[in-house]
Design a protein around this ligand. Structure first.
Ligand code: BES
Ligand code: MN
Ligand code: ZN
Length: 495
C-alpha cells in the first residue's frame, strides 16, 4: 500500500473516500470544519440527524456531500477533544480501516493526522496510520481455493495543514510501512498450518528474505552441524519428529562491521503436541503458533532491512517440531546442552526452553551487544497477563526498561515479572544440573530462570508472547506481535 503527504484543499480533491474526524459533541477537526462550511452546514446537519456521537471507534459513511468532490466521506469519531490518548487514536484508526475496506475504495484521502493526540508527534501518528491501515487490510487466504472479497485499498494520502511537518510525516510513513511488512510476514508464517510451515519451510523463508536484501545474510545449520556443536538439548526435542530441525541464522549488516550486533532469538517450534507428555486435544491446533517467536524475528529483521536501520542484527531461530514418537524424549531423560550443563526432562512439553538454551549459547559466538529472546513459552503467562501484555524478564534492568518503553510507544506492551534468585531453587534436580520444569507455581518465571542459566555472558531479556502472539476463537489468527515492540526498540536504539 502506498502513502503520501497531501496539502491543499480537501473539498476540491477527487478521491474514492475522504476521511475526517469529529470529536464528541460534534466538535470538528479543522478538515471537518472546512467540509462543513463547503457543504453549507449539511455535514453537521446529517451527523445530527443520524445521531452520530463521535465516540472513539464510531464511524459513519456519507455519500455525495454538497460542495465536496469525493465520492464518499467517512466520518470518524475521535472521542472527547481533551482526552485523545494514543491508544484511543489507534482504536479510531482501526475502526477507520474496517469501515474503509468495506467501501471497496481503492484510494482515500485521510485527514486524521491533524488530530491532536496527547504526548505524540506527527511522525508517531503517521507511523500508526500507515501500520494500522495496512494491517486492517490483512487477510490470510493462501490456503483457500477461493480468496473471496479482498480489500482493494492501495493508496492513502495523509492530509496536512502545514507543510513543515511533511518530512516527519514521511519518516513515520516509512516506519509504519516497514512495521506492517514485518507483521504481515510474521502473521503469514504463523497462520500457515504445521504440515506446511515446517522447520525446513521456515529456513526457506529465511533464505528468501536474505535474497531480497544485500544487507542480509543467512546460514542454515543442519542437525549434523548441531551435533558437532553439542546441542544435545535442541536435538533431543527434534529426535521425536520426522522433520529435521534447522537452526536458522540471519545477519543484518546496517552499521560498521565491527559494531556488536543486537541479537534476537525466536522460538520456532512449528508444532507443539507436547511430546510424550502429550497435550490435551482441545485447541491443540493452536500449537501451530508455537513458532511465533521465530516468525517475529523474521518480521523484525525484514522491517529493519526495509528501513535500512544503522544497526547490526543477528536473528537466530531454532526450528523443530515436538511430537510423541518412539525416539522422542521421555520424562526422566537427561540431556546435555551445548553449554555443557545437563538437564533432566521431567516434562517433554517444556521443550521451548530446551531448544532455546542451545540457541542462546550459540549466540555467544557473535559477541552480542545484547540478546532478546522471544517465545510462546508458557501457558502460565496467559494466566498471569491474559492477552494484553507480553511477559518480560531479564538480567539487565536498563534493557528491560527500554523494551517496556518501546512497548508503550508502539502500543504493543509488555509487563515485567521478577527474575529473583529465590525462584531458581524450583529447578533443582536430583540427577542432573537442573530440571526442565519448576513446578506449578510461577511457571513463567521459572521458565525464564531456566533460560537465565544460559545467558550469563551477556545482557539479556526474554519476552514470553504466549498470550499475545495470536487470538483464539471466531477470529482465530496471528497478531504479528511483538514485531511492533521489537521494531520500535530498534528505532529507539538507532536514534
Ligand atoms: N508452547 C507451550 C506454551 C503455551 C501453551 C503457549 C499454551 C501458549 C498457550 C510450551 O511449550 C509448553 O507446553 N509449556 C508448558 C510448560 C510446562 C510443562 C512447565 C505449559 O505452559 O504448560
Ligand atoms: Mn510445549
Ligand atoms: Zn511449546
Amino acid at each position: 500500500m502506498d502513502f503520501a503527504p497531501h496539502t491543499g484543499a480537501i473539498d476540491k480533491k477527487r478521491t474514492h473516500c475522504l476521511i475526517v474526524g469529529f470529536h464528541e459533541k460534534l466538535k470538528p477537526t479543522p478538515s471537518a470544519e472546512l467540509l462543513d462550511r463547503a457543504s453549507n452546514g449539511t455535514l453537521v446537519k446529517v451527523l445530527k440527524r443520524e445521531g452520530f456521537k463521535a465516540r472513539t471507534g464510531d464511524t459513519l459513511l456519507l455519500h455525495q456531500l454538497p460542495g465536496c468532490r469525493s465520492d464518499r466521506i467517512l466520518v470518524v469519531g475521535l472521542g472527547k477533544k481533551k482526552e485523545l490518548s494514543p491508544a484511543q487514536f489507534a482504536k479510531s484508526i482501526d475502526a477507520t480501516a474496517k469501515a474503509l475496506t468495506a467501501t471497496h475504495s481503492k484510494q482515500a484521502l485521510c485527514a486524521l493526522p491533524e488530530a491532536q493526540v496527547e504526548e505524540v508527534d506527527i511522525r508517531w501518528k503517521a507511523r500508526q496510520l500507515a501500520l494500522r491501515l495496512q494491517q486492517g487490510c490483512y487477510r490470510f487466504t493462501s490456503m483457500k481455493s477461493e480468496a473471496g472479497d479482498l480489500p482493494v485499498l492501495s493508496r492513502v494520502d495523509f492530509h496536512l495543514d502545514d507543510r513543515q511537518n511533511s518530512k516527519e510525516l514521511e519518516r513515520g510513513i516509512i516506519e509504519g510501512k516497514a512495521m506492517a511488512s514485518g507483521m504481515t510476514l510474521a502473521k503469514d508464517l504463523a497462520n500457515l498450518p504445521g504440515n506446511v510451515c515446517t522447520p525446513t519451510y521456515l529456513a526457506d523463508q529465511a533464505i528468501r528474505l536474505a535474497d531480497r536484501f544485500s544487507t542480509v545474510k543467512v546460514t542454515i545449520l543442519e542437525e549434523s552441524d548441531m551435533e558437532k556443536l553439542g546441542m544435545g538439548a535442541l536435538l533431543s526435542v527434534s529426535r521425536g519428529s520426522r522433520q529435521p530441525a534447522k537452526l536458522i541464522v540471519l545477519e543484518y549488516l546496517g552499521a560498521k562491521a565491527k559494531d556488536k550486533p543486537i541479537t534476537l532469538v525466536g522460538k520456532g517450534l512449528t508444532f507443539d503436541a507436547g511430546g510424550i507428555s502429550l497435550k490435551p486435544a482441545q485447541n491443540m491446533d493452536e500449537m501451530k503458533y508455537d513458532m511465533c517467536g521465530g516468525a517475529s524475528v523474521l518480521g523484525t529483521l525484514l522491517a529493519a532491512a526495509e528501513m535500512a536501520l544503522p544497526l547490526n542484527l543477528v536473528g537466530v531461530i531454532p526450528a523443530s517440531e515436538n511430537l510423541p514418537d518412539g525416539e522422542a524424549n521421555k520424562p526422566g531423560d537427561i540431556v546435555k546442552s551445548m553449554a555443557g550443563k545437563t538437564v533432566e526432562i521431567l516434562n517433554t512439553d517444556a521443550e521451548g526452553r530446551l531448544i532455546l538454551c542451545d540457541a542462546l549459547t550459540f549466540t555467544e559466538r557473535y559477541d552480542p551487544e545484547l540478546v532478546i529472546d522471544i517465545a510462546t513459552l508458557t501457558g502460565a503467562c496467559v494466566v498471569a497477563l491474559g492477552h494484553h501484555a507480553s511477559g518480560l524478564l531479564g538480567n539487565d534492568d536498563k534493557l528491560c526498561q527500554a523494551l517496556l518503553k518501546a512497548g508503550r510507544t508502539s502500543l504493543d506492551r509488555a509487563w515485567q515479572l521478577p527474575l529473583w534468585e529465590d525462584y531458581q531453587d524450583q529447578l533443582k534436580s536430583n540427577f542432573a544440573d537442573m530440571a526442565n520444569i519448576g513446578g506449578r507455581d510461577a511457571g513463567t518465571i521459572t521458565a525464564a530462570c531456566f533460560l537465565s542459566r544460559f545467558t550469563e555472558k551477556f545482557q539479556w531479556a526474554h519476552l514470553d508472547i504466549a498470550g499475545t502472539a495470536w487470538i483464539s476463537g471466531q477470529n482465530k489468527g496471528a497478531t504479528g506481535r511483538p514485531v511492533p515492540l521489537l521494531t520500535q526498540f530498534l528505532l529507539d536504539r538507532a536514534g
